[in-house]
Design a binder for this molecule. Structure first.
Ligand code: ADP
Length: 785
């Protein structure tokens, strides 16, 4: 809407050879042959707007190398009579001397400055500006009703404008003030701030207009309305005046510089000629004159201040332009400062929340506190839902997809190598539904996703979600509209003719994630990672301490049980002898001595268990390939005596695998589990089943240990008395029995303690499901498989 239309059409129009190839371009001669705006040399149009004249001087002697073909009309000298002549031929000797002195004194490189006012042919004042580029001197003569020499005092006017701009408290206020100031200063019909979005398309975000005009505020215009060459010009210059759209243009004579053969770079010329497409575009919009200024953020083009006039040619004299240019520069600076301020205050607010969150997590026992605590991940990001994957499970807050969808998202993220390896630890999209196939239902809550991985392989993952945001975009005309006409060089695209409101609703997109949000998320990640690492260090320290005390305990248990056995044997022997002799003397004493003998026997078996347990912790495992089928048969034989006590039925899986384990220890595990299965049973027929689940074939239950389903799981199932859930941990305690000493065949209560130790030494885990009165299933998984 501001500049030219078209572009993006090279695929539709056959690329004809450029007719000006090999020679200098002239918009006047070749302008209608342009089929693709992105290939138009807008900085070297070879022509100027016809209300002014232009001279190109040689820097060393100020002789005229090129001149616009209207010099006869405006300057009173035909082009032929001026070429190779000194500039004094046009200006007169004294002004030529002024120009020479000006050139040595002022910073004119790529910076046009007013130098003097020249009386034109019919006495009209011509403002003369000069600048240098590529070693040449460009002198522009502009006819104007308000010469810089005697026009209004723009600089005192702009002083007030600057003051008001500085008072603008927000970005919007800055845009509103800038448009009002420029309109007041120039008298143009419509002044707009036009912002470029990330995809290049533009939106009118502020406007000041003649009251009878309808508003364009909030209108969107496709990216190709301002083709890349035009954007490039606005990265280099602040201002682009066009006094009269469609007015005659004048060509340079000669078209290329006679000394270098190069076309003239007119990037900084106020008189620079306009492309045919751009002229048509503005005419289609009803624009008669225009002034465009750039708004930059650093070296980026943030947007434009676009000014239109609809009622005929509009004089844009030098001083007025200079004042507007100054406003554009102030707006750019203020804008950056304002945006930075905005960003900083949001950053501070969120940083504070994040810091609190991490502190909360540090004190409240881990990352999950960021979802379950009083402050949550939702306070740390502008999102509707958040999910944390940590310790092998999901923690959710706010509106999130169900866990099955979270799993899919996590798997899908895991397939992105950059993300999974943490090379790019953040991933964002505002249209997840289009990326993750077959999930349109996700849009309702998870159209926008910001994902952070906190560790390799996504073991710790944070996801923030934004729902679909149904938006209506008001386009200035149908952006798909690309009418064609037949040009001299075949069909060519012409600019849109209609700029009527065209509303388009955008589906399947969330509010986009801003760059600053991504940067904050990355910083948050660093803080959380520090926490994760420091907790891991604490754990390692604790583990080392624990391992050390375990070793010491094992050593102590060994020494104690070993050394105690000796005196116990003595006590047993003497008690036995005394029983025999005392039996004749006093029956009561005989009974006491009998108890003493039984107690020493029991103590002996307890010491045996303890000794055995301490050995289990100390011996080196001898790992080998074990045929589990064979091993379970051996174990069944070893519990044979218990088996023969009651009717029983043992079912064993036929496909038990081979695995790496310490054969003797693993057999001991099965002997213990099978023996318990027979013992703790009150049914007329004991049913026992021995089986296994290959890796990833079974769903992990909440009370099962983490990671177990990645390995084969073996189980021993019985139809026995069962174990109440509250005893889940008790059964593994040393010498802990849930029953009287001699009930259910008796025992020392060390069996499961030893089983757990043996399995843990294999890097695995033991756990059980049980229902009192119905039966129990003991599971083991060996991490070593
Ligand atoms: P114990 O030597 O007493 O058998 P364990 O350490 O093997 O010692 O078992 C501890 C306790 O766990 C037992 O006293 C029993 O109450 C309970 N228990 C173990 N296995 C089973 C099972 N299969 N069914 C019911 N209870 C069991």
């Amino acid at each position: 809407m501001v500049y030219a239309a078209g572009s993006g059409v090279s695929d539709e129009v056959s690329a004809a050879p450029l007719p000006w190839d090999g020679q200098a371009y002239s918009v006047k001669r070749f302008g209608t042959t342009i089929t693709n705006c992105d290939s138009e040399p807008v900085q070297t149009p070879g022509c100027i707007q016809g209300h002014g004249a232009l001279l190109v001087l040689r820097a060393d002697d100020l002789t005229i190398a090129q001149v616009s073909d209207n010099s006869g009309v405006l300057l009173g000298h035909s082009p032929e009579s001026l070429l190779d002549q000194p500039v004094a031929r046009v200006l007169g000797d004294a002004p030529a001397a002024v120009l020479r002195a000006f050139l040595t004194r002022e910073p004119v490189e790529r910076n046009p400055l007013y130098v003097l006012t020249h009386p034109g042919r019919d006495g009209a004042a011509l403002d003369v500006t000069v600048h240098t580029i590529d070693g040449g001197v460009i002198v522009e003569f502009e006819a104007t009703a308000h010469s810089a020499a005697d026009g209004p005092d723009y600089f005192s006017l702009i002083k007030q404008s600057v003051h008001r701009l500085q008072g603008a408290s927000s970005l919007q206020a800055l845009g509103d003030t800038a448009t009002a100031e420029i309109r007041a200063l120039t008298g143009l019909d419509r002044v707009m701030v036009y912002k470029f979005h990330d995809d290049g398309h533009g939106e009118v975000v502020a406007e000041n207009r003649r009251p009878d005009l309808s508003t364009w505020l909030g209108m969107h215009y496709p990216a190709q309305d301002i083709p890349e060459p035009a954007r490039e010009v606005f990265r280099r210059t602040w201002i682009r005046p066009m006094r009269e759209i469609g007015a005659p243009i004048s060509e340079l004579v000669p078209l290329a510089h006679p000394d270098t053969g190069r076309p003239l770079t007119m990037t900084h010329c106020a008189l620079r000629g306009t492309s045919v497409m751009h002229t048509e575009y503005l005419q289609n919009m009803g624009v008669a004159a225009s002034l465009t200024l750039s708004i930059r953020r650093g070296d980026q083009l943030w947007g434009l201040i676009a000014c239109h006039h609809y009622t005929g040619a509009f004089d844009l004299p030098y001083n007025m332009r200079a004042a507007c240019e100054l406003i554009a520069q102030i707006v750019s600076l203020q804008h950056k400062a304002s945006e930075d301020r905005d960003y900083l205050s949001r950053q501070l607010r969120f940083d504070e929340v994040r810091q609190l969150l991490v502190t909360q997590a540090a004190y409240d026992g881990g990352l999950s506190a960021m979802v379950t605590g009083p402050l949550t991940l939702l306070d740390a990001m502008d999102a509707h839902g958040a999910a944390l994957f940590h310790q092998d499970r999901w923690w959710r807050v706010g509106e999130t997809p169900p866990e099955s969808d979270l799993e899919r998202i996590a798997d899908w993220l895991g397939e992105r190598p950059e993300f999974a390896s943490s090379a790019q630890p953040v991933f964002v999209t505002d249209a997840l539904g289009t990326l993750l196939p077959g999930s349109p239902e996700l849009d309702a809550v998870a159209c926008g996703l910001l994902a952070l991985t906190l560790s390799h392989r996504g073991q710790n993952l944070i996801l923030w979600f934004r729902p679909e945001s149904l938006r209506t975009v008001d386009w200035g005309g149908n952006p798909q509209d690309k009418p064609m006409v037949l040009g001299p060089n075949g069909p060519r695209v012409t600019p849109r003719r209609s700029f009527e409101l065209f509303s388009d609703s955008v589906r399947g997109r969330s509010m986009p994630w801003q760059q600053w949000e991504i940067e904050l998320a990355l910083r948050f990640r660093l803080v959380v990672m520090e926490l994760v690492i420091s907790r891991a260090e604490q754990l390692t320290e604790l583990n080392t301490d624990l391992a050390r005390s375990n070793d010491e305990l094992d050593a102590f248990a060994y020494v104690a049980s070993h050394d105690l056995k000796e005196p116990l044997r003595g006590i047993h022997k003497y008690a036995h002898q005394l029983t025999v002799s005392a039996a004749y003397a006093d029956p009561q004493n005989a009974q006491r001595l009998d108890s003493l003998t039984r107690l020493t026997l029991r103590m002996d078996s307890l010491l045996d268990s303890l000794l055995h347990f301490s050995r289990v912790g100390r011996v080196t495992l001898e790992l080998e390939d074990v045929d589990l089928d064979e091993l379970v048969h051996e174990a069944l034989e070893m519990v044979g005596s218990r088996r023969s006590e009651r009717p029983n039925e043992v079912v064993m899986a036929t496909n038990l695998p081979h695995l790496r384990a310490d054969r003797v220890r693993l057999r001991e595990v099965f002997v213990n589990l099978l023996s318990n299965a027979f013992k703790y049973n009150d049914k007329p027929t004991v049913h026992i089943e021995i089986g296994w689940h290959p890796p990833h074939t079974v769903t992990r239950q909440p009370h099962w240990p983490a990671d177990t389903t990645h390995h084969p799981i073996f189980y021993v199932r019985d139809n026995g008395i069962g174990i109440e859930a509250r005893h889940a941990e008790q059964v593994y305690k040393m010498f802990k029995r849930l029953h009287g000493r001699d009930e259910y065949g008796g025992g020392t209560g060390a069996g499961l303690t030893i089983v757990r130790k043996l399995i843990e030494r294999h890097g695995g885990a033991v756990w059980f499901d049980s229902e009192p009165g119905v039966g129990s299933t003991f599971y083991i998984s060996l991490g070593l498989s």
